[in-house]
Design a binder for this molecule. Structure first.
Ligand SMILES: Cc1ncc(C[n+]2csc(CCOP(=O)(O)OP(=O)(O)O)c2C)c(N)n1
Ligand code: SF4
Length: 338
C-alpha cells in the first residue's frame, strides 16, 4: 500500500513569478491561502481558482491548482458552470471591490442568492489598483482620486451588507495582515456547504496606502477592530473594557465597569443565527462610532443551487428520459424564411 503523502504549502505554490507591487497586501493573502489549502485535505488537482480583472485577477497564476483568469466581474458565472458539472471540485473565486461591486455587481448578488457552493475571496482595497487609482464603489465619500479630483460624491457600498442583502449563507470579514485570523476565515469558508463570502481588507500601497492603517496599527487596532467569536460577548479595547450593548435594535458602545455595566450586559455573538435582522445589524456596526467587526458574521445552512439542480435533473430524466438538444430545437413551430 502506498502511504498517502502529506500536502504542504509548496504543493499549492506555482512556479510563476509574483508580480504585485512590493508591499501589496495581496502577498499576505496569497501566503495565507497557500498555507491553508494543504489543511483542507483536497489535492491541488481538485481545486480551481477563478478570477476577474484587476490586480487580484493574477491570483490563479500563483496557485498550483487549476485556474481561470476570466473577464471583468464574470468569475461567478464561470465558477457556477463548473460547480454544476463537476461537484467534486473545490471552486474558488478571487475578486476585487471594483470587479465584484461595480461591473460584476449583478453576478455577485446572484451567485450568493442562489447559494452556489463556491468560495468568494474579495480583496477590498477601496480603489481600482490595476487601472492606476480611480475610486471604487467601496471608496469613502469625499475620496480624491484621478477620476474624482474634487472628491467622490458616492455613498460607498458595504460589501458585507450587500452580501447579506442578497441572502448569502456565509459572510465573513478579515484583514490581510491578521494572517492567523485570515487563515481561520479561509478555512471556515472552505468548510461551508454553499456560497461563502469573505471580504478581506487589503492594502494597496501604491494607490490607497493607509486605508486600513487604524485597524492594523498596533497602537490603535484594539480600539478599532472587534474580533467576533461565536457565543462570546462583544468585547474590545486595549484593556478589554469596551463592549457593544443593544438598546432595542440600536447598538451602543459601553465601558465595562462604568454606570454599572458588566460583561453580562453585552451582546453575545451568534454566528449561526438565522435572523437576517441580527446579521444586518452586525454589518452596520461601523466606524467612526464603532469598531469594525471581523470574523464570521453569518453562517447558516440552506440547500445549494448546484445540488438542487442535479437532483432536479436526475428526477426529471428518470421521468421523461434524457433530453436531446436537436429534437428540442425542432420541437416547436418551425418556418422557413425565404
Ligand atoms: C470590460 C472592462 N471594463 C473596464 C476595464 C478596466 N478595468 C480593469 S481592472 C478595473 C478595476 C479593478 O479594480 P478592483 O476590482 O478593485 O481590483 P484591484 O486592481 O484593485 O485589485 C477596471 C475598471 C476592463 N478591463 N474591462
Ligand atoms: S496597484 Fe495596489 S493592489 Fe495593485 S499590485 Fe500594486 S499595491 Fe497591489
Amino acid at each position: 500500500m502506498v502511504a498517502e503523502q502529506k500536502l504542504t504549502k509548496k504543493d499549492f505554490t506555482s512556479d510563476q513569478e509574483v508580480r504585485w507591487c512590493p508591499g501589496c497586501g495581496d502577498y499576505a493573502i496569497l501566503t495565507a491561502v497557500q498555507k491553508t489549502m494543504p489543511e483542507l485535505g483536497i489535492p491541488p488537482h481538485n481545486v480551481v481558482f477563478f478570477s476577474g480583472i484587476g490586480c487580484s485577477g493574477r491570483f490563479p497564476y500563483y496557485m498550483n491548482t487549476y485556474g481561470f483568469h476570466g473577464i471583468h466581474g464574470r468569475a461567478p458565472a464561470f465558477a457556477t458552470g463548473l460547480k454544476m458539472m463537476r461537484p467534486e471540485l473545490s471552486v474558488w473565486i478571487v475578486t476585487g471591490d471594483g470587479d465584484s461591486m461595480s461591473i460584476g455587481g449583478n453576478h455577485f448578488i446572484h451567485v450568493l442568492r442562489r447559494n452556489v457552493d463556491v468560495k468568494i475571496l474579495m480583496f477590498n482595497n477601496r480603489i481600482y489598483g490595476l487601472t492606476k487609482g480611480q475610486y471604487s464603489p467601496t471608496s469613502e465619500q469625499g475620496k480624491k482620486t484621478r477620476s474624482t479630483p474634487y472628491g467622490s460624491l458616492d455613498n460607498p457600498f458595504n460589501p458585507v451588507s450587500v452580501a447579506l442583502g442578497a441572502g448569502a449563507t456565509f459572510v465573513a470579514r478579515a484583514i490581510d495582515v491578521e494572517v492567523t485570523h485570515l487563515t481561520e476565515m479561509v478555512k471556515a469558508a472552505a468548510a461551508h456547504k454553499g456560497a461563502a463570502f469573505v471580504e478581506i481588507y487589503q492594502t494597496c500601497v501604491v494607490f490607497n496606502d493607509g486605508a486600513f492603517e487604524n485597524m492594523t496599527d498596533r497602537k490603535s487596532k484594539h480600539d478599532t477592530v472587534l474580533f467576533l467569536e461565536h457565543g462570546k460577548p462583544m468585547v474590545f479595547g486595549k484593556s478589554r473594557d469596551k463592549g457593544i450593548r443593544l438598546r432595542g435594535l440600536t447598538p451602543e458602545v459601553v465601558t465595562i465597569g462604568e454606570n454599572g455595566v458588566t460583561e453580562a450586559d453585552l451582546l453575545v455573538h451568534d454566528a449561526y443565527s438565522n435572523d437576517p435582522v441580527y446579521s444586518f445589524l452586525l454589518s452596520q456596526i461601523l466606524p467612526p462610532v464603532f469598531p469594525t467587526p471581523v470574523g464570521i458574521l453569518r453562517s447558516v445552512q440552506l440547500p445549494t443551487y448546484d445540488a438542487l439542480n442535479r437532483d432536479q435533473l436526475e428526477k426529471t430524466t428518470a421521468k421523461v428520459g434524457r433530453g436531446d438538444i436537436d429534437t428540442l430545437l425542432r420541437s416547436g413551430e418551425l418556418w422557413t424564411v425565404s
